[in-house]
Design a binder for this molecule. Structure first.
Ligand SMILES: Nc1ncnc2c1ncn2[C@@H]1O[C@H](COP(=O)(O)OP(=O)(O)OP(=O)(O)O)[C@@H](O)[C@H]1O
Length: 542
């Protein structure tokens, strides 16, 4: 009964806020069937004289989401990063959403810590600051000190958040479904899919063990690195709703005057940001995907300063080797303005349906990308380029690739941040060596051996299949009274399978190499590689 009452109360609130900010006008402005639009005139308040709102449609949407509370605010923040779906004026306005949430009482934080760790706060910590260090929509952070002397922070999930999220998500789904049923524009925006994405993200953020594990992994990936420091997680004190980690002291990356006061080399700092991104994406295939400025600090006191410090690893992205491969090839094809290749890669990778007309897709990509390439290379935004590509690909029914959306969003963040620190930052020149190195590794002898090893591991399976096929053919031949000697001997079949596998491996290496070689200047080292790839094909063919 209470639940029903709460749900009805929430529905009324949503309804009033929608009306207050004239979102009904916005909804009925969407393309929709005539009969549905006529229903709008059945709503009594739409007959009343209403003065025109002074706010733009984006501002009204932002104000409404702010009025609906933290879960809707966070949804708006996530929506603002989906520039592949939203009109720019709305995305810009949603990016201004701030989740300034009042802190919850420290007694509740202490009670939750004690319940989760099954011990008194005084027994766990030598000191626990009851005044929160920071408070956001999902969690609150308190400073503390362990009995062993380490300074830590304790992140605690807002009590009772799960049920609020579930209820708000249910309303969000309902609103998205209604919008999709009513309007083709809403269907084009894939609203239900966006809510799905959000539901996953917000549920992930509720599990602090997940965040702790991501932090540990990122810390390990950058151990002894002069580029990035990730605070240590104290696993003994981590639970699903409590995370204890090393306290860091750094300058917020947006505090340009504090960075300047420390004589920070801004160019180096900006370039290191790009280097971290490429290293995470191509070397580790594990990237921090919530790189908003509030989560990035700079240490100017270490011997290798400036060094980045990253916190809040709740959202991370990861690419499969195939995605890495297609991404690298796409970037290379892009910078060669080989739009045909970009289109073909999208189809080969399965990102867009196989029946897509390559010519049409190619023409659409050319139309949006040519103006971008009018600019000097240093002014081109990688993030914008990917974004434009996704927008086009969407029109050609590209399936949402959450890992690529995360990547594109992170790239935009990194670029924005880098250019804020050092406006002359040339992303392509800075990022190219990492892409080049990765390509070389992919084509290097070690990778070739690995590829062949993987392919050779398949030989017994393939040989087994070949054997069953031969036996089947022999049986058939015997049944039909034909002589069995027409069937190939077993060993020769096996050899031809190995040959085919080698050929495929060799050609794959060579084609990837040739793409890279056309883009990057040919060095002596890479010429040897090319020769190797050629030999590989020859060996394969024999
Ligand atoms: N290890 C740390 N050392 C020092 N301060 C920290 C640390 N971790 C978090 N903080 C402080 O707490 C704030 C909030 O932390 P965090 O970003 O992890 O929380 P959140 O609830 O996920 O916030 P949001 O979702 O808005 O990013 C940070 O901006 C920072 O000021």
């Amino acid at each position: 009964m209470m639940k029903l009452f709460a749900a009805a109360h929430r529905l009324l609130r949503i309804f009033f806020i929608l009306i207050r900010y004239r979102l009904d006008d916005l909804i009925f402005d969407l393309p929709m069937p005539f009969w549905l639009r006529s229903m709008g005139y059945l709503l009594p308040w739409r007959w009343l004289p209403r003065h025109k709102s002074t706010h733009s449609r984006g501002a009204r949407l932002r104000l409404a989401l702010e009025g609906l509370g933290p879960i809707f605010i966070k949804f708006g923040q996530i929506l603002s990063t989906r520039r592949d779906l939203l009109p720019t004026d709305i995305a810009d306005e949603l990016a201004l959403l701030q989740d300034k949430v009042p802190p919850f009482e420290s007694e509740r934080a202490v009670a939750l810590v004690e319940q989760q760790l099954d011990a008194k706060v005084g027994d766990i910590f030598a000191w626990f600051d009851t005044k929160p260090l920071a408070s956001a929509s999902v969690a609150q952070v308190h400073a503390a000190r362990l009995h062993t002397g380490e300074e830590v922070v304790v992140k605690v999930i807002r009590p009772g958040l799960k049920s609020i999220i579930d209820q708000d998500l249910a309303w969000l789904y309902l609103l998205a479904r209604i919008a999709e049923a009513a309007s083709s524009e809403a269907r084009r925006l894939h609203l239900v899919e966006v809510v799905d994405d959000y539901a996953k993200t917000i549920h992930d953020e509720l599990d602090l063990l997940r965040e702790a594990a991501n932090s540990s992994q990122l810390r390990r990936n950058f151990e002894h690195s002069e580029l990035l420091y990730v605070p240590q997680v104290y696993w003994d004190y981590c639970r699903p709703q409590v995370l204890v980690m090393e306290r860091i002291y750094g300058i917020p990356v947006t505090d340009l005057s504090a960075l300047a006061a420390q004589n920070t080399d801004m160019r180096l700092l900006a370039e290191r940001g790009v280097e971290i991104f490429f290293t995470q994406v191509f070397r580790d295939s594990f990237f921090h995907a919530d790189m908003h400025p509030g989560n990035i600090f700079v240490s100017t006191q270490t011997p290798h300063a400036p060094q980045y410090i990253a916190i809040d690893c709740g959202i991370v992205g990861s690419l499969t080797p195939e995605d890495q491969d297609y991404l690298a090839r796409n970037l290379i094809a892009f910078f060669k303005r080989d739009y045909r290749k970009v289109a073909q890669l999208h189809i080969d990778s399965g990102w867009i349906p196989a029946e897509t007309k390559v010519n049409e897709f190619e023409a659409a990509i050319r139309t949006v990308c040519e103006p971008i390439f009018e600019k000097p290379l240093k002014d081109i935004s990688f993030g914008q380029l990917l974004l434009r590509l996704f927008q086009v690909a969407r029109r050609f029914n590209m399936e949402v690739q959450p890992q690529l959306v995360l990547l594109q969003k992170t790239l935009l963040n990194i670029e924005g941040l880098g250019r804020q620190l050092y406006p002359e930052l040339d992303l392509w020149r800075t990022g190219r060596p990492y892409l080049e190195r990765w390509m070389c590794e992919r084509m290097g002898p070690k990778h070739l051996v690995n590829t062949l090893q993987v392919q050779l591991e398949q030989v017994p399976r393939v040989a087994g299949m070949a054997r069953s096929l031969l036996e089947h053919l022999a049986r058939n031949a015997a049944e039909q009274g034909r002589p069995a000697h027409r069937v190939q001997p077993r060993s020769s079949a096996l050899l031809s399978w190995v040959g085919i596998l080698l050929l495929i491996g060799g050609s794959m290496q060579a084609s990837l190499y040739l793409e890279a070689a056309q883009l990057f200047s040919l060095t002596a080292w890479s010429s040897w590689l090319m020769l190797g790839a050629g030999l590989c094909i020859l060996v394969g063919r024999r």
